[in-house]
Design a protein around this ligand. Structure first.
Ligand SMILES: *[C@@H]1O[C@H](CO)[C@@H](O)[C@H](O)[C@H]1NC(C)=O
Ligand SMILES: *[C@@H]1O[C@H](CO)[C@@H](O)[C@H](O)[C@H]1NC(C)=O
Length: 953
C-alpha cells in the first residue's frame, strides 16, 4: 500500500475519499494486548518482546514474553539480528495510517507507581533505510516523539506514573516518516514511596538521564543488581553531547564495602559503590536533556566511599554555570555529615527545577574543604502534564467492559485521543466529547447499554442490525441527538415518549423490531424522518388515513432532503473550487459547468500519469535543451504534442530507490497540488531512467533574477520581491500544514523558487528529499541541503523539523533584501563567507542600509524592509524553537506588502515619508552593537553546492 500522504486542499470531500481508502476490515483497525495470562517470573515485572515467537529468559534473568496474541500490525526482524540482544531483534510495526492509533493495554493495580519503558531498535527491519519518526502516547497524554536517527541505536523512553485507572496503555500514533514500530515494552511495579512527588496526580515523570558515575564498564546496571530494574547508564558510554566538558582531575573511585541505600529512591548498591571525585576541586559535565527545556525532578546520589583522615573534609556546592544559580549554590553538601556516616546514602534533589535542553553543571569544593567533590549517581526526569483525556472516557470504559471479547472493544487508550476509536467520532474540544457511535452489524446482544444515556454530546447513534433486546433506554439527557438508528433489532416495549422531547432529533429509525404499545400521537405531528414499519405489535390510535398521512410526510421530507443534500453538496464542491482558485483568473472566466467538471476530474486523478520514454524524447527533441540542473538531476525543456510546455527532470541514475518505492513516492508527489508549488505532471521509469515531469516555468529561478544575467537586465523591485516571498511562503506553508504527513522540503533555496510568466513564484523540488537515497549508505545518516541554507541545528542534531525550512527561508529573505548570494568568498568581508553572519551583524546593530541591495535604488519603504529584515533574523536563529513558523513569516510579508502598497498611494498624494527618521527611530529600538567586525567567521562546511555530509556517530 502506498504510504498515506494526504493533502487536504479540497476539504471534506477529499478527506472522505481518503478515509474510505483506509476502511480495511475491522480486524485491521484494532489490536489489543491484555496481559492477564503472561507468565512472569519476577513479581511486578511485565516484559514484552514485541514480534517475538517464544518466551525466554535473558542473561539478566528477565523473562521476555512475545506479543503473539496481537492481531494487528506485522512482525519483523532487524536486518542483522546477530548484533543485538535477542529482545531487540524482533519488533512489531504498523501501517502508515494517521487516523488510527495502535495501543498496547495492560491491566494494572490502581494508585501504584509503575515504571513504563518502551524501546525501539530500527535495525533496518523494512530494508528501506528510512528512519521512522512517530509519536508515543501514554494513555491520552503525549509522551514523546520517537525519531530514529541511527540503524543500530536502541531508542528508549521511560516514565514513572502513578496509576489512576485499572489500565495503562502505550500508544503509537502518526508516523511522519517510515513506519511506527516497537521492539520491547516493559512495566515494573514500584512499591512503597519510590518516586513519590507532590505533583504525581497531574504529572508523570519522563526520564531524561540516569547516570552511574565512575562505572567500571560501559554496560548499564539493571536487574538483578537493581531489584526495580531501572537502567543506570555508565558514565563512560560514548554519546554525542553526553557528559562532555569533564573537568581536569576527574578520577574514578570505587569500593567493595556494602553501602546502606535504604533511602527514598533506593539506588542499587552497585551503583553507589563507584563514583567520580574532582581531585582538582571541581566536577563539571554538560549533557543534552532529552525532552527539556521544562520543569523537572532531579536527584543526585552521594556516598562517601573514600577513606578520609579525621581532619579531612569533603564539602562542595552545586553550580549551574551561566544561570542565576545563587539559589542552588547556597547549599553546601557535606556527604559524610549529611549521610550520617561513611558508606551511607545521601540523596539531595529538587522536586521542581527548571532545566534547559543543554545542561551544564558543576560541583565545586568550598574553600574550607580539603577534598574535592564526589558524585555517585544522578537522575533527571521531566514532568509531563497528564492529559485529562476525553470527557466520556470513564463512561466508554464501562461501556466496552460489557464487550471484552469483541475486537472493536480492544482498541485501547482514550476513546478520542490522540485519535478516536474506529467506531467513534469526537468533537474537537480540548476535552473532547463523543458525538457519534457507529456499531451497526456487530452482533450486539442483550439490552442497549445504559451508559449511552450519559453521553450528553452524542449526535448520532447507530446500533442497527444487531441482536439487541429489551426496551429503548431513556436518552433524554442526550439533547444533541439528531439521528437514532435502532432498526433491525429485537427491541421490545413501547416507544419512549422522551424521544419526542429531543429538541434536535431529525431522524428516528425503529423499523423491524418487536416494539409494542401505542404509537404516540406526538410523533405524527413532528416533521422528522420516522420509520416504525415492521413492528407488528405496534398499534396506532388513529385510523389508516392518519398512517398514510405520516408516511406521505415522511416520504416527502426524505425526497426534499435528498434533493437539498445533493444540491448543497454540489454547491459546496463548486464553492470550494472557486475559493481555491480565486486567483486563477482563467478558471474563473470559465463557465461554471466546466469548473465543476474539472474539479471532479482532479479528484479522480489521484495516481500520477506515466509517460513513455519515447513520448518524452519526442517532447524534448531527444533531451537537447538543458534548462537547469540541481541536486537531483538535470532539467530539460520540452513541449508535448498538445503544445503544453514541460520541464523534464532526469534524475541522477544511481541516487534513487528501486522501482517500487520510486513509483510509490511519485504517486505521493502527484497528490500535492497547490498554486504556489510547481505542478507535477507525471513520471517515466524506463531503460533505467527515472524521470519526473513538471509544468515549465517561463521565468526561471529567483536566483537568476537576483544575481544572474536577468538581474543585470532589470532588477526586481522591492514589491516584486515581497510578492515572490509571499508566494514561496505560501507554498512552503502548504507543505508544512496542508499535508499529512507534513512534508519538509529540506532544500529551500533561491534556485528552487521558480517564476512563471507573470512573475508569480512557485516552489519546486518538494518531496524529492524523501525519494533520494544515498547510493551506498543510509539515507538519514547524511544531512541533505545546500551550503548557505542549511539549518545548523539540523546539521548538528540530524533532527529534521519544519523549522529547518524556516531557516532556509530566512536566508532567502536576506537574499531578497541584499541581492547577495547565500555564500560568497568576497562579498561579506574578511572571515565571513555567509550571508547570515554578515546580515545579522549589520541588522542587529541597526545599520540596515549596509545590507540593502543598491539595485533597489531607494525605491522602497524602509519600514517594510525593516519588517522583513527582523523576521529574516528570527528565521535564522540557531535554535529551531526560537524561529517563527512559516505562517508567521507569511503574515509579516503580507504586512510589508500592505505598507508598500499603502505608501504607494500616499506618495502619489504627495505625502513623502521621511525615511531617515523612521530608520533612526527603528534603529534605536534595536540593540546597538558598534563593530561589524565582531561577526564570527562562518563555519566552512563544504565547497560544493549541494552537500551530503556524513555525520559522526
Ligand atoms: C514547578 O514550578 C513552576 C514554576 O514555579 C510551576 O509553574 C509548575 O507548575 C511547577 N510544577 C511542575 C510539575 O511543573
Ligand atoms: C455475526 O454473527 C454471524 C453469525 O454467527 C457471523 O457470520 C458474523 O461474522 C458476525 N459478525 C460480526 C461483525 O461479528
Amino acid at each position: 500500500m502506498i504510504t498515506g500522504l494526504r493533502c487536504h486542499f479540497s476539504g471534506s470531500f477529499r478527506f472522505s475519499v481518503a478515509r474510505m481508502e483506509v476502511t480495511a476490515p475491522l480486524l485491521f483497525w484494532l489490536f489489543l494486548f491484555s496481559c492477564f495470562h503472561c507468565i512472569v517470573s519476577q513479581p511486578g515485572f511485565i516484559s514484552i518482546n514485541c514480534g517475538g515467537k517464544e518466551e525466554y529468559r535473558d542473561g539478566n534473568g528477565i523473562v521476555w514474553t512475545p506479543d503473539d496474541n496481537i492481531t494487528f500490525g506485522e512482525i519483523a526482524q532487524t536486518a542483522d539480528s546477530k548484533k543485538y540482544p535477542k529482545q531487540y531483534t524482533t519488533l512489531r510495526h504498523f501501517p502508515v495510517d494517521n487516523t488510527n492509533k495502535f495501543c498496547y493495554n495492560f491491566d494494572v493495580k490502581n494508585r501504584i507507581r509503575y515504571l513504563v519503558r518502551a524501546a525501539f531498535l530500527y535495525g533496518n527491519f523494512d530494508g528501506s533505510n528510512v528512519y521512522p519518526k512517530f509519536d508515543l502516547y501514554l494513555g491520552s497524554t503525549y509522551w514523546s516523539t520517537i525519531a530514529v536517527f541511527d540503524t543500530d541505536t536502541v531508542v528508549v523512553r521511560e516514565s514513572i506514573i502513578l496509576t489512576t485507572s485499572p489500565t495503562i496503555s502505550v500508544c503509537l500514533f502518526k508516523a511522519t516518516t517510515g513506519k511506527a514500530f516497537i521492539s520491547t515494552l516493559e512495566l515494573r511495579e514500584f512499591n512503597g514511596s519510590l518516586y513519590t512527588t507532590d505533583f504525581e496526580n497531574q504529572f508523570f515523570l519522563s526520564l531524561s538521564a540516569r547516570i552511574n558515575f565512575g562505572a567500571e564498564s560501559s554496560d548499564p546496571i539493571r536487574y538483578p543488581d537493581d531489584p526495580y530494574d531501572r537502567i543506570w547508564e555508565s558514565d563512560s558510554l560514548q554519546k554525542a553531547n553526553y557528559l562532555v566538558d569533564k573537568a581536569e582531575g576527574t578520577e574514578k573511585v570505587s569500593t567493595t564495602m556494602p553501602i546502606d541505600v535504604n533511602l527514598s529512591e533506593r539506588p542499587p548498591e552497585k551503583v553507589m559503590q563507584t563514583a567520580v571525585v574532582g581531585t582538582e576541586g571541581s566536577l563539571t559535565y554538560r549533557l543534552n536533556l532529552n525532552g527539556f527545556p521544562g520543569f523537572g525532578w532531579a536527584v543526585s546520589y552521594f556516598s562517601e566511599i573514600e577513606d578520609l583522615d579525621p581532619d579531612e573534609t569533603r564539602k562542595f556546592r552545586f553550580i549551574i554555570p551561566g544561570s542565576n544559580s545563587a539559589q542552588y549554590s547556597k547549599v553546601v553538601v557535606n556527604v559524610q555529615e549529611n549521610a550520617q556516616g561513611k558508606y551511607r546514602l545521601y540523596e539531595p534533589g529538587y522536586q521542581n527545577i527548571s532545566f534547559p535542553f543543554v545542561f551544564p553543571f558543576e560541583f565545586r569544593k568550598t574553600n574550607d574543604s580539603s577534598r574535592g567533590p564526589i558524585l555517585n549517581a544522578l537522575e533527571i526526569s521531566k514532568y509531563v502534564e497528564i492529559s485529562s483525556g476525553s470527557e466520556d472516557a470513564a463512561t466508554m470504559a464501562s461501556f466496552i467492559s460489557r464487550y471484552v471479547s469483541e475486537d472493536w472493544a480492544q482498541e485501547g487508550g482514550d476513546p478520542c485521543l490522540p485519535a478516536p476509536w474506529s467506531w467513534v467520532q469526537c468533537n474537537s474540544e480540548l476535552q473532547p466529547r463523543i458525538i457519534s457511535i457507529k456499531l451497526s452489524r456487530k452482533n450486539l446482544t442483550e439490552t442497549i447499554p445504559t451508559e449511552l444515556s450519559s453521553l450528553t454530546g452524542l449526535v448520532e447513534l447507530w446500533l442497527d442490525q444487531n441482536l439487541l433486546v429489551g426496551s429503548i433506554p431513556d436518552l433524554s439527557n442526550c439533547v444533541e441527538l439528531k439521528k437514532i438508528h435502532l432498526e433491525n433489532n429485537r427491541l421490545t416495549g413501547p416507544i419512549p415518549l422522551e424521544l419526542n422531547e429531543l429538541p434536535n432529533l431529525s431522524e428516528l429509525y425503529l423499523q423491524n423490531n418487536m416494539l409494542s404499545g401505542n404509537l404516540p400521537e406526538e410523533f405524527a405531528n413532528k416533521k422528522i424522518i420516522f420509520n416504525f414499519s415492521g413492528n407488528s405489535l405496534l398499534s396506532q390510535q388513529k385510523q389508516n388515513s392518519q398512517k398514510n398521512q405520516i408516511i406521505i410526510i415522511v416520504l416527502s421530507v426524505i425526497g426534499v432532503l435528498i434533493i437539498l443534500t445533493a444540491a448543497f453538496s454540489l454547491y459546496q464542491c463548486y464553492k470550494r473550487r472557486i475559493k481555491l482558485s480565486s486567483k486563477e483568473d482563467n478558471l474563473l472566466s470559465n463557465p461554471p459547468s466546466q469548473k465543476l467538471a474539472s474539479f471532479f476530474n482532479e479528484v479522480k486523478a489521484e495516481t500520477s500519469y506515466k509517460f513513455t520514454l519515447s513520448e518524452l524524447e519526442a517532447a524534448t527533441n531527444k533531451f537537447v535543451k538543458q534548462v537547469g540542473s540541481g541536486g537531483y538531476g538535470v532539467v530539460y525543456y520540452g513541449k508535448l504534442k498538445d503544445g503544453k510546455e514541460i520541464a523534464v527532470k532526469v534524475l541522477t541514475s544511481d541516487s534513487f530507490q528501486g522501482n517500487r518505492e520510486f513509483s510509490n513516492e511519485v504517486s505521493l508527489l502527484s497528490r500535492i497540488h497547490h498554486r504556489n508549488l510547481v505542478a507535477f505532471l507525471g513520471y517515466c521509469q524506463q531503460n533505467g531512467k527515472n524521470i519526473l515531469v513538471y509544468d515549465f516555468m517561463h521565468n526561471g529561478t529567483l536566483k537568476e533574477h537576483l544575481y544572474g544575467p536577468s538581474a543585470q537586465q532589470r532588477a526586481l523591485s522591492w514589491l516584486e520581491r515581497l510578492e515572490i516571498a509571499e508566494d514561496a511562503a505560501r507554498g512552503i506553508e502548504y507543505l508544512h500544514t496542508g499535508c499529512t504527513p507534513t512534508i519538509i522540503h529540506r532544500d529551500v533555496k533561491s534556485s528552487n523558487i521558480l517564476l512563471e510568466k507573470n512573475m508569480r513564484a512557485k516552489v519546486s523540488d518538494f518531496g524529492l528529499s524523501k525519494l533520494a537515497v544515498d547510493g551506498s549508505s543510509h539515507v538519514s545518516s547524511v544531512v541533505r541541503g545546500t551550503v548557505g541554507y542549511l539549518d545548523p541545528e539540523y546539521y548538528i542534531s540530524q533532527q529534521l523539523t519544519e523549522k529547518s525550512d524556516v531557516y532556509s527561508f530566512g536566508v532567502i529573505l536576506l537574499e531578497l533584501i541584499s541581492g547577495q548570494e547565500a555564500i560568497s568568498n568576497e562579498r561579506f568581508g574578511l572571515n565571513c563567507r555567509n550571508i547570515v553572519q554578515w546580515a545579522k551583524a549589520h541588522i542587529e546593530s541597526g545599520y540596515i542600509e549596509a545590507v540593502i541591495d543598491p539595485a533597489l535604488l531607494n525605491d522602497f519603504h524602509i519600514q517594510s524592509v525593516w519588517k522583513i529584515a527582523e523576521k529574516a533574523i528570527s528565521c535564522v536563529q540557531p535554535y529551531g524553537s526560537h524561529r517563527p513558523t512559516i505562517s508567521d513569516v507569511l503574515k509579516e510579508i503580507q504586512e510589508a506588502i500592505l505598507i508598500e502598497k499603502e505608501n504607494e498611494v500616499e506618495n502619489e498624494a504627495g505625502e513623502d515619508i521621511n525615511t531617515d527618521m523612521i530608520t533612526s527611530s527603528m534603529r534605536s529600538a534595536v540593540h546597538i552593537e558598534d563593530s561589524v567586525d565582531t561577526a564570527t567567521p562562518g563555519r566552512d562546511m563544504s565547497l560544493s553546492d549541494t552537500v551530503m555530509l556524513p555525520v559522526a556517530r
